[in-house]
Design a protein around this ligand. Structure first.
Ligand SMILES: NC(=O)c1ccc[n+]([C@@H]2O[C@H](COP(=O)([O-])OP(=O)(O)OC[C@H]3O[C@@H](n4cnc5c(N)ncnc54)[C@H](O)[C@@H]3O)[C@@H](O)[C@H]2O)c1
Ligand SMILES: N[C@H](CO)Cc1c[nH]c[nH+]1
Ligand SMILES: [Zn+2]
Length: 425
């Protein structure tokens, strides 16, 4: 792994030069055409695209409830138990995120408040192929259900030998209402505009390839979207007290997701840097997804050596990694120094995959530096808020002059008159 010993200033400059671009005019043009065709021709366009891109002839898109039940019954007991444990922990964590709104009636004659309303219909994209993660189905569906979403519609590309059973089992366990076998940009268009078979949703969640991500960007406005998820990232801050084999294993756990994943170690110890670099090479040689992980390590990965602890945090905050492990003695002491990270893993035993599967906090997290301004997926993403106001005649009379004053300053006589129409004569 590349070891960088440059000054903090030079490393910060390198961070700010990295960009996470997602624009390819050719892909944009073909995605635009797919969206327009789905809008115009509905189910027929979905059938045509599924034949073209996935080589599957579909007569219907929706899986029956029996097919989901059969999938759940078909998985082995150990997998069922693991999914159940994950579900219980995700549920107990996300219950704490539920918002109830508030009523404020502190001022006489005035009632004001905020009401939290669940989004009615939500779409969930689950990628096809090897990136079909049952754990991600739980991470989206459980907060949606806790938020009170009425209808949760999952879409996933059809597969020649059937859709991944564990994904369908997770969907059933988490209470997904409908599963449609459609993928790519056409699935996103169907969710955004609706077709004869697929209901139009209010918000679309879930990762996917560049066609899916581009389509999500294009339908934003017609519907809401969760985020544009980039490749997985892990940042580790560690000193000499960390075990090189554990640090290397954690870096590789995210490197194996994608050739563009970013494994990063920041340390104050050149000894640890060298030992981790050696360990990464050793462990890569026996990793089944070696090719993917090696590309990520070699192209995106690096080890930064900075002598001061404060500088290590300054650099990591600038990187704003999706996952951040603190492998220093007394790791909780450093929570206050962390400004930008999707999810933080404190101490030796909080290895990143713990959070991917069973700890309970969400594993759908901001990537590509967006932890500077966004948060993990949570119950709050499946709700919206509205406000309410009620005044008595006396309470309005007390503030009427302020309203008419402000209205007339803004040149809005109609506003002022609406208030004056309430004056008791
Ligand atoms: N960030 C995360 O949490 C996370 C998690 C899982 C997966 N992912 C990402 O999801 C992606 C999965 O990609 P995938 O391709 O395996 O599955 P996918 O479901 O995203 O895309 C498959 C679909 O792409 C469409 N498609 C394929 N070629 C096309 C073409 N030439 N023109 C138009 N459409 C075309 C097809 O309709 C196909 O069904 C990966 O990039 C992976 O990194 C990210
Ligand atoms: N680490 C991924 C998010 O970056 C989530 C995941 C799913 N399965 C395993 N890992
Ligand atoms: Zn992972």
């Amino acid at each position: 792994m590349k070891i960088i010993t440059d000054s903090l200033e030079s490393q910060l400059k390198q961070v700010s030069q990295r960009t996470a671009g997602l624009t390819d005019p050719k892909i944009e043009a073909s995605v635009r055409e797919i969206i327009e065709n789905v809008q115009a021709k509905g189910d027929q366009a979905l059938r045509d695209y599924e034949k073209k891109f996935d080589n599957v002839d579909l007569t219907s898109f929706r899986l029956s409830d029996q097919e989901l039940t059969d999938a759940l019954d078909s998985i082995d007991d150990d997998l069922r138990e693991a999914l159940e444990v994950a579900k219980a922990n995700i549920t107990s964590f996300h219950k704490k995120e539920i918002e109830y709104g508030f009523v404020d009636s502190e001022k006489p004659g005035v009632m004001r408040g905020q009401k939290v309303i669940s989004i009615a219909t939500v779409g969930l994209y689950v990628p096809g192929g090897t990136a079909a993660y049952p754990s991600s189905v739980l991470m989206n569906a459980i907060p949606a259900k806790l938020a009170g979403v009425n209808r949760l519609v999952m879409v996933t590309p059809p597969q020649k030998d059937g859709i991944n059973k564990a994904v369908l089992a997770a969907a059933k366990l988490a209470g997904v209402d409908d599963v449609f076998q459609i993928g790519g940009a056409q699935a996103i268009a169907a969710l955004a505009y609706g077709t004869e078979s697929v209901p139009r949703v209010d918000k679309i969640f879930g990762p996917g390839n560049v066609f899916v991500a581009t389509a999500k960007k294009m339908v934003f406005g017609q519907v809401a979207i969760d985020m544009i998820a980039g490749p997985s990232e892990i940042g580790v801050i560690a000193d000499d007290s960390a075990k090189p084999a554990q640090v290397a294993a954690d870096l590789l756990s995210q490197a194996e997701h994608d050739k563009r994943s970013r494994p990063i170690l920041v340390t104050d110890s050149i000894n640890l840097a060298n030992a981790v670099s050696d360990e990464v090479e050793k462990q890569l040689q026996t990793l089944p997804r070696e090719e993917i992980a090696r590309a990520a390590v070699e192209d995106q990965g690096f080890i930064a050596v900075l002598p001061k602890v404060d500088d290590m945090f300054t650099l990591m905050n600038a990187i704003a990694p999706e996952h951040l492990e603190i492998q220093l003695p007394n790791p909780t002491d450093y929570l206050a120094q962390i400004k930008n990270a999707g999810s933080v893993f404190l101490g030796r035993y909080a290895s990143e995959p713990l959070g991917d599967y069973v700890a309970g906090p969400n594993h759908i997290l901001p990537t590509s530096g967006t932890a500077r301004f966004s948060s993990p997926v949570g119950v709050y993403d499946f709700v919206k808020r509205t406000q309410f106001i009620q005044y008595t005649s006396d309470a309005l009379a007390k503030e009427a002059d302020y309203i008419t004053k402000l209205a007339r300053v803004e040149g809005l006589e109609g506003h002022a008159r609406a208030i004056e129409a309430r004056e008791e004569k």
